[in-house]
Every structure is written in C-alpha cells, then in structure tokens.
Design a protein around this ligand. Structure first.
Ligand code: ADP
Ligand code: ZN
Ligand code: ZN
Length: 732
C-alpha cells in the first residue's frame, strides 16, 4: 500500500501530496503518521491510499509509525480540506490543522491517566469486613463505601478515608487498582435542572418549517426574546434522537455561564463545549469526546465548526450576522461557507438565526435561495422596550456638559429607585482619550503603528491599541511646546466616575477589554451583575449580546451614532444590529423596558428604523443603497495586503503584484468596479510597513478572485507577507 501524505508544514513550497510506503502497517485515511522528510522526521496526515505510486518503489521512503489508533481526521475532514484549499487558496497542512486541537500536534498533550479503585471481583465484602480487626475502622469504611461495586478515584478515597487504609487493602488484594483515562471536562460543576416549556405556535411552526423545507439553509428571523434558543435545542434533540450529531455555534462572547449552565442541564455529558477559555488539556479532552462518539453535540464559537463529528443531523449558527464568524487572520475563512459544505456533505439542515440578519443573508432568503422563517413576537407577547431618542445637540445648547442627557438621568434615577438594574453602553473602549494639542493640532501617535495613542488612567500611560506599546505622558507638545495638550473623547472609566457623582449610592460594574483580560474576568462580571450585586453595568460592545438579565429595565446608549462614522460599508448595518441587540437587553422579564439612545444625528435613517424595530424597512433601504452604489452583496471587495518590516521590500512586492494584476485588470475591466494600489490607511502596524491593492469586483466574477489569489499569494517570501482579504470588516 502507498499512503498519500500531507506533511505538517504550512508552506506553499511543500504544499504537495507526498507518497510513502506503508510497509506492513495498518494505515488508514485520516491517520496521523510520522514520516521521514529530508533529514528530519515529521508529522503528517494520510489523505489517501493507493496500490501504486508513480515514483519508483526504490525511491519511496516508508512511514515510520502511526501516531493514533483511531484516525484523527474522518473522511469528511479530508473532503473539507480540499474544499478549503480550493476556495481560500491555503496550504493543505494549514487547513488540516483546523481539525485538530493545536495541542495535539507534536504530541504536546498526553492523555491523563488516573488510578481508580474497585472491590476485587468475586469476593464477599461483608465477610471480609467482619474478618478485619475491630480497630481497622478506616479499612472497613473503605470497603463499605465500595461495596456496591463502583469505581472510585484513588485520590478521592485517600482524601475521604486514609491512604494507608487504601494501600493496605490493595496489598491484601481486597481492592483492585486500575488506570483509566480521565476527561478533564470543563463546567462539570455547572449542572442544574431545566424547566420544560410548552412550545408556542411560532416555535412549532419554525421547527416544522426547518424539517419540511427542501432547502438546505433556513434563516430564522426572530426578534430578541422570541424563543429561538428553544427552537435550536429542540432541533438538536431531534437530531440526537435519530442517532445523529449536531453543532451549535454562538459568538464567543455569548458563551456565558448562564448559557453554559442551560446547555449542560439540557444535554448533560452529551455536549462538548469548545471555546477560547479552555485549557489545553480541556480542549483536547472535549475534542476527543467528540471524535470518539462519546459526545454527540458540539457547542462553541467559530472554530467549533470543525468539530470531529460524523453523521451530522443539524448545524445551527446563532446570531448569524456576528462578525466573529469570519476569520480575519490566517487561515481566513467564512464559517458559513464551511457550515454549508458540511450540511450538504451530510445531507442535513443548516439553520441561521438572528434578530438582525446580515444584509447578505437576508437577500439570499428573499431571493428564495434560503428558507425564511419569521418569529415576529416575543414570548408571551411581551412588548419590546420603548426607545427614546435624546438629541445631544440641544442638551449642549441647554448647557448640559455631562455625558448623560436629561432623559437618561431621569430614567436612571427612576430605575435605581425602583430597585431595578441598568446597562450603560458605549461604543468605545478603555479610558480611550486621544491626546491632541489645542494650539497646533498635534496628535500623539504610536511610533510603530501610525495610529493615535490612548490615555489610560491605570498606570497613567499612553497606550497603542494596535501593538500594545506604552508611552510616558507628555508635559508639553513636542511640536510647538504648548502646555495646552489635552484629551478628547470619553471612555468607560470616565463614565463610571460621572455616574458616581450622579448616583452616589449606586453599585457600578465596568466591563471592557481592560477588565476582562483574564480568563474569568468576563464570567465574573457577568455573574455578579446577574446576581444583582450591582445596579449599573457600564460597558462596550461585549455587553451588547446574548445576556439575559431579568432585572434590567433601562439601557442607555451614550453614543448611538458613533459607529456610523466608521469608514466601512457595513457601518449602517453594524449600527442597526448593535442598537437592536443592546435594546434587547432591556425589559426581558415582567417589567417594561426603556432604552435611551443619545445621538447628535436624531434624524438619521438607521436610528429611526432601529427605534421602530423595523428590520424590513432598514433592509430595503440598505439593500437599495448597496445595489445602486455597487457594494456587497452586489460586489466583492478584494484587498491584497502586503506587509514587511522592510519598507523597500514591501514596496517592491507591491510593484510586482501590481504590474501583473494591472495587465489582467486592463483586459477584464468590465468585471471590475474599482482598482487602486496604495499605502494602507495605517501605514505601519506592529512594526510592519503596509501596502495594498484595493479592488471591487462585480458579483459572480469568481474567476477574477481566483486570478487575484494566483497572482498575489506566490509573492510571499520570508520577509514579505502577502495575503488576500474578501469583504474585510476593517480597511485599516
Ligand atoms: P431568543 O433566543 O429568541 O432571544 P430566548 O430563547 O432567549 O429568545 O427566549 C426568551 C425567554 O423566553 C427565555 O427566558 C426562555 O426561557 C423563554 N421561553 C422560550 N420559549 C418558551 C416557551 N415556549 N414558553 C415559555 N417560555 C419560553
Ligand atoms: Zn502643539
Ligand atoms: Zn502601536
């Protein structure tokens, strides 16, 4: 037998299939193997088997050994690898790495074996207990404890009784010690019961529609609180009942303790949960539980789409519009592409759910490509919270210089007095204040990144948010010497200070990237707030999604139009989604909710649609706009990025890519809407110079995109990184 092997080196130079002789080894497709490669021995994955190689058998090297008994990658994984390589032009080895926990490569994670004790077979425990001397109390207790024949961790017995008793009993042959694998299961302690609910008509209709449609993809467009989660859980249960498996994807940020507890309570050990907070060991063990078939459901953020499950019965992507489903670092991929491939491969359904579907997804549903399900009502017909627009221009005219409008101040007072909770949301991060000279306009910038620095109260430093560099505070402007060098903008810390002045007795929590840097930070803040240990939660984007805080009756959005200023074609869409999500945090239980949106543009169309919960109105306008201006989904934005620490080499690569591309562009102008080569808006980032060729390509011109990849990617060298982005979320 000859094995076709992809070696674990993600470099285009070795992105080939290599033939190896299997000798007498039982090699299977998907097996990881060790093979000789040049002068080294490295790991690889067998992606095919054949009887004969085109190479002379004397020149073929042989497989050294097989790494795992069960092939690590199933056949679907191999097919998916080919799909990803074709679509995203990435090396096979890089695609394969997505299927394995990174800790598994190079044998870094070992299976954790622990010792279990059990009563020796065929002995009469009680007879032995009686035969022991009366002072051997601990030994008797151990035997009694084990008398029903269960397996118990030795460590537990040692702790509960005494190590000497356990040793003695082992010596006497009354108990038997075996080693077995322990799964380091995260959230083991998170159990609880779930109340069974009777499905509403809307939920039943949604499930039936997913089941009966002949389309692979169903979009569930349901307002926040319409009971989509329950629909997902039933669809998963249905798959499991049919002996199939399921994947549920949620944005990383919504994997809250509440959600995890609910999932654990529903599916017990049948679900494996994968997210970035797991330790290497936990991740490996969860992966293994899925691969071995012990767990049938995988729940997680983006990377969980690669779960090693066979025989999928349903794939669900919650909050399908969320930006985190698109990977923006190598390998760049769109989770929905992968999900659709897997759904089609398994002949199962793909369900996308959102209160604010992305324009691209909704268009596919409107065009009839996807099955569309509407869930327009909240459970129990609870009203959506009332939205109040506060015009900040009139506030300033009235002399109100605080970050809170009078409407918000009033609502805050009422809310806290009534013993309810409030969330204050702002679009920015940290104590992010730029330093600007009021005399000459000088802005303090990072030396590596060419972006404005932010002042952080903690440590009293200037910080670069892109590379993390710290700078000392400036006593005077380095350009003109003026001492009127000042801060602009406010951040979460400042807001907390202002709130304390306004409501001295209120208990306030802050959540942003600074307070949640540790693994538990995020969970801690969320659980404290959920347990009503604070009255007000102040935070950025990360408090917008998913959380269910029943006592929250007020949400204040301090800068509702901030995201409209971003130079991104999706900023309108993002703003609408964000406002709807944030508003959805208010009034989830019995009490009516209120939302105050503060803005300098009260007449903005996006804000108007958001305040009326008019997704359809928003969509029609946005869709028309994209169509007339030729933006996605009516076109694809393609950016070829060139990065290097050496400016000249980067520029040279840009020139050579442009020379080739522009020839192609000239011959195919009818397929392009825009073409330009230039410096990237952030000319330097993390010490690298950045250049780009920015293009907009007409819809359906996939051949053009393939060609761009083919021209650009080979220009990568050791010193210059070249990559291609499709509809990137930021054009920094
Ligand atoms: P969504 O995911 O659409 O925002 P959820 O699934 O979170 O909505 O449901 C909102 C609330 O309604 C939750 O507290 C949930 O437990 C509850 N709920 C869902 N379905 C039902 C039902 N059929 N009967 C009663 N309560 C329900
Ligand atoms: Zn100055
Ligand atoms: Zn920097």
């Amino acid at each position: 037998m000859i094995a076709e092997v992809i070696v674990d080196i993600a470099h285009s130079d070795v992105d080939k299939i290599f033939d190896y002789d299997c000798l007498d080894k039982n090699v299977q497709v998907g097996s990881r193997v060790v093979v000789p490669f040049g002068s080294m021995k490295i790991e690889g994955v067998v992606i095919g088997l054949k009887d004969k190689s085109e190479f002379e058998s004397s020149r073929l090297k042989s497989i050294v050994r097989i790494i795992d008994e069960t092939p690590a990658i199933c056949e679907e994984g191999i097919a998916l690898m080919r799909f990803m390589c074709d679509k995203y032009h990435i090396p096979c080895a890089l695609a394969l790495r997505q299927f394995l926990p990174s800790e598994m490569r190079k044998g870094k994670v070992r299976v954790k074996l622990i010792r279990f004790a059990k009563i020796t077979d065929d002995i009469d425990v009680f007879e032995i207990i009686n035969s022991l001397p009366s002072n051997a109390k601990a030994q008797k207790a151990v035997l009694e404890y084990l008398s029903d024949g269960k397996m118990v961790k030795v460590a537990e017995l040692n702790k509960e009784f005494s190590p000497s008793a356990v040793n003695k009993l082992t010596e006497l042959g009354f108990i038997n010690i075996t080693e077995a694998r322990e799964n380091r299961s995260p959230y083991e302690e998170m159990t609880g019961s779930r109340k069974e609910v009777t499905l509403t008509d809307g939920q039943i209709a949604a499930i039936e529609s997913v089941n009966s449609t002949d389309k692979t993809v169903t979009l569930i467009h349901g307002v926040t609180g319409s009971g989509k989660t329950e629909v997902y859980l039933r669809l998963i249960k249905q798959a499991v009942d049919q002996s199939k498996t399921a994947i549920l994807l949620v944005p990383e940020i919504s994997l809250t303790p509440q959600m995890l507890t609910q999932l654990r309570a529903t599916f017990k050990d049948n679900a494996a949960i994968i997210h970035s907070g797991l330790s290497a060991g936990e991740r490996f063990d969860e992966w293994w539980r899925l691969r071995s078939g012990e767990a049938k459901i995988c729940i997680g953020a983006r990377s969980a789409i690669f779960a090693p499950l066979e025989n999928l019965g349903v794939i669900i992507i919650d909050e399908e519009h969320d930006g985190s489903y698109v990977s923006e670092s190598s390998p760049r991929y769109d989770t929905k592409d992968i999900a659709l491939f897997r759904a089609e491969y398994n002949g199962c359904k793909l369900v996308l759910g959102s209160a604010t579907p992305s324009v691209a997804t909704y268009k596919l549903a409107e065009d009839g490509e996807y099955n569309l399900v509407n869930m327009p009502n909240r459970i129990n017909k609870k009203p959506l919270p009332e939205m109040i627009i506060a015009d900040m221009r009139t506030e300033i005219r009235r002399g109100n210089n605080s970050p809170f409008s009078s409407a918000l101040q009033e609502e805050l007072q009422k809310c806290i007095e009534a013993g309810n909770q409030a969330i204050i949301f702002l679009n920015r991060r940290g104590y992010s204040r730029h330093i600007v000279c009021r005399e000459c306009g000088y802005v303090a910038k990072c030396e590596n990144c060419d972006v404005a620095l932010n002042y952080h109260v903690v440590g009293d430093v200037l910080k670069c948010h892109y590379c993390g560099a710290n700078y000392k505070l400036l006593p005077a402007c380095p350009d003109c010497g003026s001492i009127h060098i000042n801060y602009v903008g406010v951040g979460t810390q400042k807001i907390v200070e202002e709130l304390k002045k306004l409501l001295p007795t209120a208990r306030i929590l802050r959540m942003d990237n600074d307070t949640t840097r540790s693994k538990e930070g995020h969970f801690n803040i969320i659980s404290q707030f959920a347990e009503h240990k604070a009255d007000i939660l102040v935070g950025t984007q990360m408090i917008a999604k998913g959380h269910d805080f029943p006592a929250v009756t007020l949400v204040g959005v301090l800068d509702a139009d901030m995201s409209l200023f971003f130079s991104d074609f999706r900023s309108g869409e993002r703003t609408f989604q964000l406002l709807t999500q944030v508003a959805g945090r208010s009034g989830r239980a019995d009490q009516k909710g209120v939302v105050v949106l503060q803005t300098y543009q009260p007449d903005n169309a996006i804000l108007r649609y958001a305040t009326h919960y008019d997704y359809k109105g928003f969509y029609e306008r946005e869709n028309m706009l994209r169509k007339t201006t030729c933006y996605p989904p009516y076109a694809t934005i393609v950016r070829v990025m060139i990065e290097s620490e050496n400016d000249e080499l980067a520029l040279e690569a840009l020139r050579s890519i442009h020379e080739e591309l522009v020839v192609y562009y000239d011959k195919n102008r009818e397929k392009f809407l825009f073409y330009n080569k230039m410096k990237s808006p952030i000319k330097r980032l993390k010490n690298k110079y950045r250049y780009q060729v920015l293009m907009r390509v007409k819809q359906g011109a996939d051949d053009v995109i393939d060609k761009i990849y083919q021209i650009a990617l080979p220009k990568t060298t050791n010193k210059v990184l070249v990559y291609v982005e499709l509809n990137p979320s930021s054009l920094n």
